[in-house]
Write a protein that binds this ligand. Structure first.
Ligand SMILES: Nc1ncnc2c1ncn2[C@@H]1O[C@H](COP(=O)(O)OP(=O)(O)OP(=O)(O)O)[C@@H](O)[C@H]1O
Ligand SMILES: [Mg+2]
Length: 247
C-alpha cells in the first residue's frame, strides 16, 4: 500500500518556484530519503505534506487522506520533526512531551510510560526539568524527535533528524527510524548525510531547484553509479548531467 503520495506538488513564493510539480509515492513500511542541495525545496515539500504550507497547486495524500481536503485527519496520521524543531521554548523537556501527548489524545498512563522510555533512550533524563530554551541544539533536536514518534503515528516526516546530534544519539535515532519502518510504519526524511542515506533509506529522491532529478531504489542508484562514489553520482544528478538510465 502507498503510505504517502505527493501529487504534482507545487509552491511559488512570489516569483520563485520553490517546488515544481513534484510527484512521488512512498510505500508503507519503507524509509524514503529526500536529498538535494541547500534551497532545493526539501523543507518546502515536507511542509506542504504536513499541512503548514498551502501548495500553490497539487496536493498530497497520507494513508489515503488528502492533506488539503482533510487536514485534521491527515495530521493525526503523521509525526513531524520540523526543520526548526518547533519545541515550546518555555516548557520543560518533559512538559513538551506530556503536553503534546495530551494534545494527541494519548492515554495518561501510556503517555507517562512512553515519555520515560524516550527520555531514557535519547539520554535526556537529566534535562527533563530544564526549559527547552536552555537546551543545546542537539538536545532540542532529540526532544523534537521524541515528540514526533511519541504516539507512534503511521507516518513520520523528519527534516534532517540527526542534524547537530552527537554520534551516540544519532546512532540511537537511526536505530529507532529503522525499527519504525520494520514495524510496518513509513518514514520520509531529508538529510545531507550521504552515509545516512546509504545506510538507512530504501528509496531515494533527489531534488534540485524544486525539480525531481531522480527517484528510485538505493540499489538502482548504486547500479547507475557503478564504481563511482555515492556522493559523486549525487553531484551529477543534481547538476542534471546525463547519466545512463537506472532501470
Ligand atoms: N517562506 C518562504 N518565503 C520565501 N521563500 C522561501 C520560503 N521558504 C522557503 N523559501 C525559498 O524556497 C527555496 C527552497 O527552500 P527549502 O527550505 O525548501 O530548501 P531545502 O531543500 O530544505 O534546503 P536546506 O537543505 O538548506 O534545508 C529556497 O530558495 C528558499 O529561499
Ligand atoms: Mg531544509
Amino acid at each position: 500500500m502507498v503510505a504517502v503520495e505527493a501529487i504534482s506538488l507545487t509552491k511559488a513564493f512570489g516569483d520563485l518556484l520553490a517546488v515544481r510539480e513534484l510527484s512521488f509515492k512512498v510505500e508503507e513500511g519503507t524509509i524514503f530519503g529526500l536529498l538535494g542541495p541547500n534551497g532545493a525545496g526539501k523543507t518546502t515539500t515536507l511542509r506542504m505534506i504536513y499541512g503548514v504550507l498551502k501548495p500553490t497547486s497539487g496536493t498530497a495524500k497520507v494513508m489515503g487522506v488528502d492533506v488539503r481536503e482533510n487536514p485534521i485527519e491527515a495530521k493525526r496520521k503523521m509525526g513531524v520533526l520540523p526543520e526548526d524543531t518547533g519545541v515550546y521554548p518555555r516548557l520543560t523537556t518533559e512538559e513538551n512531551l506530556v503536553y503534546f501527548g495530551k494534545l494527541r489524545g494519548m492515554d495518561e498512563r501510556k503517555l507517562r510510560k512512553r515519555v520515560e522510555e524516550l527520555l531514557e533512550v535519547l539520554n535526556l533524563t537529566e534535562k527533563r526539568f530544564i526549559i527547552a530554551d536552555k537546551l543545546s541544539r542537539g538536545q532540542k533536536q532529540k526532544l523534537a524527535f521524541a515528540r514526533a514518534i511519541l504516539d507512534e503515528p503511521p507516518v513520520l516526516l523528519l527534516d534532517e533528524p540527526t542534524l547537530g546530534v552527537d554520534v551516540m544519539s544519532a546512532r540511537e535515532i537511526r536505530k529507532m527510524i529503522e525499527e519504525y519502518a520494520s514495524s510496518g510504519k513509513t518514514v520520509i526524511l531529508s538529510t545531507h548525510n550521504m552515509w545516512e542515506v546509504e545506510r538507512l533509506c530504501d528509496r531515494i529522491a533527489i531534488i534540485s531547484e524544486g525539480t525531481l532529478r531522480y527517484e528510485g531504489s538505493k540499489e538502482d542508484l548504486k547500479r547507475v553509479a557503478g564504481r563511482r562514489e555515492f556522493e559523486d553520482i549525487f553531484v551529477r544528478l543534481v547538476r542534471g548531467e546525463v547519466i545512463e538510465k537506472a532501470v
